[in-house]
Design a protein around this ligand. Structure first.
Ligand code: PRT
Ligand code: ZN
Length: 283
């Protein structure tokens, strides 16, 4: 049976448990557990701090894990990155006090930079031929310049609000990150087959997110125009109605383009448009 390591509490826990739930797998969201059996898929769930997940997977304590790409890169463990999971998006950036006149990355020569990601930062400085001293701090990196512990910081940024609150300005983004599914390299055949099944569920779940099922009535002679408006491989589905002049048109649309397409379809005569939530899109 596969063992998956997930964050026991923190920012990734809720979205991880939700992804598993959407894939038909129920895992306890309780952060008091260390290990439990999931329901809906043969899976042991190991609840760890995110920092420990890359190593647990590299060592084979867990076969797979869900963790931020930033942690995978920082730990430098040997794991396979199987897929991105569409949540936990953030970036690792260099930020300087807002009063600094910043000419470019060469500004960091001779400076002290506080971070919780020393490996990624040292690699970046090395690639850019920068000689700076990297100070590892476990938390509240953003206060380091104000208290005189550092000249600048390298930290996770999402909205950028924390930097602004601390009088800092984001300058260079070093990596973009999101939650990823990782696996121990060289899983045996049974575990690899189980992982394939799990990834199929995750992919279907992620693809159906933000999708809507749209039905409408359309004058029959407008079907060609509707097809030209709509994206898609085999869609839309056209079904006859009792009135031979009209058809029923069904299509799956992403919510980003939903209203634009609906307006275009209304313009060519679509009526009685129904927009339904889409549970799953299995290809
Ligand atoms: O206890 P454990 O070690 O498991 O958790 P942790 O405290 O180390 O990590 P946690 O739960 O805070 O974050 C887990 C993962 O979430 C990170 O490794 C990233 O992959 C991802 N992530 C996504 C973030 C953020 N967004 C984020 N905004 N992690 C941290 N932040 C911090 C950021 O450092 C900043 O201080 O949130 C603050 C607010 O960010 P702004 O820019 O939105 O203001
Ligand atoms: Zn952590």
């Amino acid at each position: 049976m596969l063992t998956i390591a997930i964050q026991n509490k923190g920012r990734l826990n809720e979205d991880t448990v939700a992804l598993l739930a959407d894939a038909g797998i129920s895992a306890s969201a309780s952060h008091r557990k260390l290990i439990s059996d999931a329901k809906g898929f043969p899976l042991h769930v190991l609840y760890l701090r995110d920092d420990d997940i890359p190593q647990a997977v590299a060592m084979g304590v867990a076969d797979i894990g869900i963790v931020g790409l930033n942690e995978v890169m920082e730990k430098g463990c040997e794991v396979e990155i199987m897929m991105s999971l569409g949540f936990g998006a953030c970036r690792l950036s260099l930020a300087v006090p807002k009063a600094v006149d910043y000419p470019g990355v060469e500004w960091f020569n001779g400076k002290r930079v506080a971070t919780s990601y020393p490996k990624i930062l040292k690699d970046f400085f090395k690639e850019n031929n920068i000689t700076a001293s990297v100070h590892e701090i476990a938390g509240s990196v953003e206060v380091a310049p104000a208290v005189g512990m550092a000249d600048a910081i390298f930290d996770i940024v999402s909205s950028g609000g924390t930097l602004i609150q601390n009088g800092l300005r984001e300058e260079d983004t070093v990596i973009e990150s999101e939650a990823v599914l990782i696996a121990t390299p060289g899983l045996d055949e049974d575990k690899a087959a189980a992982l394939d099944k799990l990834m199929f569920r995750f992919k279907s779940t992620l693809e159906s997110r933000g999708m809507k099922y749209v039905l409408m009535n359309l004058p029959k002679q407008k079907v060609k125009d509707a097809v030209a408006i709509l994206p898609g491989m085999k869609s839309p589905t056209i079904l006859p109605l009792a009135n031979p002049e009209w058809v029923s048109l069904h299509v799956v649309l992403h919510e980003d383009i939903l209203w634009e397409k609906i307006e275009q379809l209304k313009n060519i005569g679509a009526e009685d448009i129904l927009v339904l939530a889409l549970e799953n899109l299995i290809k």
